[in-house]
Write a protein that binds this ligand. Structure first.
Ligand code: AMP
Length: 387
């Protein structure tokens, strides 16, 4: 491996959840030390570096992380842009505050996609009930009212099917700024993840097919040679080059059959890329660190098909998981709580003709209480390609 061109030995991460934890784990082999800033004392990244416990808007958050670190990154987008800008004024921060500004507002993000010629659901801004009524006329129903900011895992969204639901939907989300989006009828949801270093080199990961329940990602399947791979790569390349992006990024996409439409971008490592910890040479976490320290990026190709199953609310019996060959359980060390992502399992196929792979994915889905996804798995491109 070439030397870390910018000489960063200490990376400061804004946020200290599981994404920060997995970044720090990936950094161990690169000789990088980590510090985190977050408001929670019991943040799960804490065992992997130094934790500064401050609210993000406390000036001490910026002071402590900035003076400890050579370089700053962040693990999620629900952080104040002002903190990133303040750090950026005195040191290198990747991805930039511009990327964060863009990604933390659905209106900005969707407008940018359209300006780049990238398809999205039809959308329009909503700041009042009368805006919403006009928007429903324009976009049509059914549609989804979404807050422009701070929505994640399906939070901050209301599906509107009938005109008589408009007032209640506005009541639920108001008074914050929203957008109304047309309901897209997609064949499947996929995401493309890529890493781009300071020199502009880009490494693309194979597409992941994603399955959500209650707005939360449950299952991701990565597959070699997906027919939409190139189209997805063009989309993320355009976005990355347009904003001079540095780091790992994810773009969630709807596969409409004849084309892809973009839903949202994440200026960070992403849940649908966790399969890469076992399914490729270089995980999305490792390539993020290589990208922000401007080193050559490493191999992202799928070695064998991998399924990633999120553990929501609780960790299953680890002995039962360990009994399944090639299943790796990641326990983030978080307190179990309904709806909380507390870990994930990666299951990698043993070669190209592993007859046990799909049955083992099904076994794991049953084990973790996600049996309702089995039907979708059997209908997926992934399954039909593997048969
Ligand atoms: P989001 O927070 O925008 O990522 O939305 C969470 C999930 O809601 C997506 O993964 C889709 O399953 C669904 N969804 C969001 N927007 C739309 C849309 N315009 N049409 C259909 N489904 C959507």
């Amino acid at each position: 491996m070439s030397a870390n061109k910018i000489g960063a030995k200490r990376i400061g991460i804004i946020g200290a959840g599981q994404l920060a934890q997995m970044l720090a784990q990936a950094g161990e082999t690169l000789g990088i030390e980590f510090a985190f800033v977050a408001p929670e004392k019991d943040a799960c990244a804490a065992p992997y570096g130094k934790l500064f416990v401050y609210p993000y808007l406390d000036p001490k958050a910026e002071e402590a992380l900035g003076s400890w670190s050579d370089l700053i990154t962040y693990e999620f987008e629900s952080i104040p842009v002002s903190l990133v800008e303040a750090l950026e004024a005195k040191m290198a921060v990747h991805p930039s505050s511009n990327a964060l500004t863009l990604a933390s507002d659905r209106l900005n993000e969707k407008t940018m996609f359209n300006q780049q010629g990238i398809e999205t659901a039809q959308f329009t801004t909503v700041d009042s009930l009368s805006d919403l009524e006009a928007a429903a006329e324009k976009v049509g129903l059914p549609a989804i009212l979404k807050t422009r900011r701070d929505g994640y895992d399906g939070k901050g969204q209301v599906v509107i099917r009938e005109e008589n639901q408009l007032a209640a939907a506005w009541e639920t989300l108001s008074p914050v700024a929203c957008i109304l989006e047309s309901m897209v009828s997609f064949k499947r949801e996929v995401s493309i993840i890529a890493s781009r270093n300071l020199d502009g080199e880009i490494a693309f990961y194979p597409l992941a097919e994603n399955y959500h329940r209650e707005g939360i990602l449950r299952l991701s399947l990565s597959l070699q040679n997906d027919p939409k791979q190139q189209e997805a790569e063009q989309i993320i390349r355009k976005v990355m080059e347009q904003i001079g992006y540095v780091g790992t990024m994810a773009v969630e996409l709807f596969d409409l059959g004849d084309k892809l439409a973009a839903n949202e971008l994440s200026p960070r490592v992403h849940n649908s890329g966790h399969w890469s910890m076992d399914g490729t040479i270089a995980s999305q976490f490792k390539n993020h660190l290589l990208a922000i320290t401007n080193q050559p990026l490493q191999d992202t190709s799928v070695q064998n098909a991998t399924a990633m199953i999120n553990l929501i609310g609780s960790i299953p019996d680890k002995k039962l998981v360990a009994a399944i060959p090639n299943a790796v359980l990641y326990d983030y060390g978080k307190k179990p709580k309904p709806g909380r992502k507390v870990g994930h399992i990666n299951l990698t196929a043993d070669g190209n003709n592993d007859e046990n792979f799909i049955p083992n994915v099904i076994k794991l889905l049953n084990m973790v209480g996600q049996q309702e996804l089995v039907g979708e798995l059997l209908k997926s491109n992934f399954y039909n390609h593997k048969k």
